[in-house]
Write a protein that binds this ligand. Structure first.
Ligand SMILES: C[S@@+](CC[C@H](N)C(=O)[O-])C[C@H]1O[C@@H](n2cnc3c(N)ncnc32)[C@H](O)[C@@H]1O
Length: 402
């Protein structure tokens, strides 16, 4: 087990930087970070308190878990240790449903999104920083292709599936077009899956009752895109990073040292232990992420990257975190994962980085969610693990002991 003590990061920084560059995203929305605004502008948009705010239909989206997360964070804010949360960081942002809920309800002051999939990052960056051009592109795709349906729409789906940025395109156009690819495929592919083998909604023959455009309501999408633009304009969405989770967690203290240790919280929603490799381009499956199984050629489950994340969160995290996972017994039983009840950083990390030995609380939550390969929603037990002050973590019928 010694290899677990010095785990690899899941994605090499150079590899990620190359694809971020190709998709025109860079590491952040702009090379010049915006200064931290002490005064917060109000959010004035109808969607702030809406039930659905994300323009993406994301596989594994946490919209049903978001109210529970809001409850846990609100409860923590009643403590002396965490009186306010100035920044919520979401290193596995995907469709960002939890962050959008937290910011809309005023549970946190600002949000920072990050993901390792450059297509997803291009989408969020363009929605924030190039909103009106993305809205125009979205309406155009609707009028010219999706609304027509049938072969016209399926051909367009094939076009986007095969599209890759030309390096000669201007950077901003590359990012905008990658954002359009993300939005198009997300709205027209079965379960919103962007990569891999999932096909268009309604099938290639379009003979189903649910045609390819059935999840494309242009006015509703435009409103959601404009909400993201508004959040960025008023400084509530502070940035969107194209980074591996580890880089994100390492970089937050460097960018926002004034928030350490307790005015910043990370919400982490990593790919599930089961099934993630069929859903995301970047899953924790080290063999590439498509259609792989957790069981490797050796017949042994390869959970190195889940171990890596757990190791970091237990020993290196400089701010409090809240993690959601599928309820897999390995997670709470294995002491290399979250079997322990307390963080255990090294002496030097405690002294040099100020890493604390916060208690780790675990709760089981029943939710309803949609997953690839299923029609409609199904219920599941979701595991919440957190270093928020243990006395504040609710324990009741909704949040049971794990
Ligand atoms: C479960 S989804 C997040 C869903 C999101 N919470 C929502 O509500 O839509 C996991 C996300 O993690 C991203 N991801 C996978 N491996 C990653 C890594 N090593 N670093 C950062 N993000 C990663 C995937 O691209 C995917 O968007």
């Amino acid at each position: 087990m010694t290899t677990v003590l010095s785990p690899p990061t899941s994605i090499a920084a150079s590899e990620l930087a190359r694809s971020a560059d190709l998709f025109g995203t860079g590491e952040a929305i702009s090379a010049q970070a915006r200064p931290w605004a002490a005064e917060l502008a109000p959010i004035s948009h109808n969607l702030a308190r809406g039930r659905y705010q994300s323009p993406l239909r994301y596989p594994g989206a946490k919209s049903s878990l978001a109210p529970v997360i809001a409850r846990v964070i609100t409860s923590a804010k009643r403590s002396r240790e965490v009186p306010e949360i100035n920044l919520l960081v979401e290193p596995f942002a995907g469709g960002a449903s939890a962050s959008l809920r937290m910011i809309g309800e005023g549970v946190v002051d600002r949000i920072l999104l990050a993901d390792a999939d450059p297509l997803v990052v291009a989408f969020w960056q363009a929605a924030a920083d190039d909103t009106e051009r993305l809205v125009d592109r979205m309406h155009d795709e609707w009028k010219r292709y999706v609304r027509c349906g049938g072969a016209t729409a399926v051909e367009r789906w094939d076009y986007w599936r095969g599209w890759n940025p030309r390096p000669t395109m201007k950077r901003r156009n590359r990012r905008l077009t990658a954002a359009m690819k993300c939005l198009f495929l997300n709205r027209t592919t079965f379960s919103g899956i962007l990569h891999g083998k999932a096909g268009p909604i309604g099938g290639r023959a379009q003979s189903s009752d649910y045609p390819i455009g059935c999840r494309w309501n242009p006015d509703a999408i435009a409103e959601r895109l404009r909400y993201i633009g508004h959040l960025y304009d008023v400084g509530r969405l502070i940035d969107v990073w194209c980074k591996d989770w580890r880089q994100t967690l390492d970089d937050v203290p460097e960018h926002y040292p004034q928030l350490l240790p307790s005015r910043v919280v990370a919400y982490l929603d990593p790919p599930y232990v089961e099934k993630s490799s069929v859903l995301y381009r970047t899953s924790f499956d080290p063999r590439g992420g498509y259609g792989g199984e957790r069981i490797g050629a050796s017949g042994i489950a390869d959970d190195t990257l889940h171990l890596s994340l757990a190791d970091y969160l237990r020993t290196k995290a400089q701010f409090r975190w809240l993690l959601s996972y599928d309820n897999h017994p390995m997670l709470t039983q294995n002491t290399w994962l979250y079997g322990h009840d307390r963080m255990n950083p090294s002496k030097s990390d405690r002294e040099m980085l100020g890493v604390r030995c916060w208690r780790i609380s675990k709760r089981l939550v029943s939710t309803r969610y949609s997953a690839a390969g299923r029609v409609g929603k199904r219920s599941a037990n979701e595991l919440l693990i957190t270093t928020l002050p243990p006395m504040t973590v609710p324990l009741d019928e909704q949040l049971r002991l794990a």
